[in-house]
Design a protein around this ligand. Structure first.
Ligand code: ATP
Length: 254
């Protein structure tokens, strides 16, 4: 059974369909990329999967859970985490604190529990710290762990944003243009991290990325969106030769 299933999803804003009858299936452990010209609906699709938007029609399920009308908080609890295109970090606190805050915000833990069940809350806190330190190590962020995020270079902040999502220990990681605005060297590092996330953590990844060279290199399968519709899907080499895809990119000048 598919891990994630997007069935016939339409998302309308007024008279405009940002998504129109979209079907996407993702198997556990896959790297699936979503590509398409500007305004094709890629971010809208991630917004539907992560609960920021709710489809006008259709259904989304993840490991048997119905995500269609679920909140972002509930969906994170099911094991779906997202790294945002526009970085969603707190600039005034450290890398370590940002990751700890993500766990406190999204995973089940409360100050009330801390005062009533001190022992159990402390165990949760020790576990939170262990997971976060492991992610810092994995994303090679040790040199920055105490640095204020707002003072870090852009490329490092993008890496912290992925680390923030990973600190939620997702089964499915949604990456919205994690390499946008990066130098070539930073992009190569990010590609290596994504491949390690798949191989070493066994996390399924959905990637939105404009750099088609990267997409074709690392994806297991690709979905191509244009005007809110899936116009092609398959292995990277098949999609790259699809006339409709070439037309969408050439026609869209991009
Ligand atoms: N909140 C919203 N209100 C109205 N229209 C929206 C909203 N969000 C997205 N849209 C519209 O939906 C369409 C798809 O936008 P979306 O951002 O999903 O595309 P995209 O493929 O991610 O584009 P890009 O590559 O430029 O990020 C666009 O026409 C956009 O203007």
């Amino acid at each position: 059974m598919a891990q994630l299933s997007v069935e016939n999803v339409t998302l309308s804003f007024g008279g405009i369909n940002a998504l129109n009858g979209v079907d996407v299936v993702v198997e556990p452990g896959e790297l699936v990329s979503i590509i398409g010209p500007n305004g094709a609906g890629k971010t809208s699709l991630l917004n539907c999967i992560s609960g920021f938007y709710h489809p006008t029609h259709g259904r989304i399920t993840f490991e048997g859970h119905d995500l269609t009308h679920a909140s972002p908080h509930t969906i994170t609890g099911y094991g779906v985490a997202r790294a945002f295109q526009n970085i969603e970090l707190f600039g005034g606190v450290s890398v370590l604190e940002n990751l700890m805050l993500a766990r406190h915000t999204y995973l089940k833990y409360s100050i009330g529990a801390a005062s009533v069940f001190y022992g159990s809350a402390r165990r949760v806190e020790v576990e939170n710290r262990r997971v976060v330190e492991d992610v810092i190590d994995f994303m090679e962020l040790e040199p920055y762990r105490k640095a204020l995020v707002g003072n870090l270079p852009y490329g490092v902040r993008k890496r912290v944003e992925v680390a923030r999502a990973l600190s939620l220990e997702p089964k499915l990681l949604l990456l919205d243009e994690p390499m946008a605005g990066m130098t070539l060297e930073e992009k190569e590092d990010m590609v290596r991290f994504i491949l390690d996330i798949l191989a070493e953590r066994g996390t399924t990844v959905i990637l939105i990325e404009h750099d088609l060279g990267v997409v074709m290199d690392i994806s297991d399968r690709v979905y191509v969106l244009d005007f809110g519709m899936v116009i092609a899907t398959g292995k990277p080499e098949d999609v790259a030769e699809n006339p409709a895809v070439i037309e969408a990119y050439v026609g869209g000048a991009g």
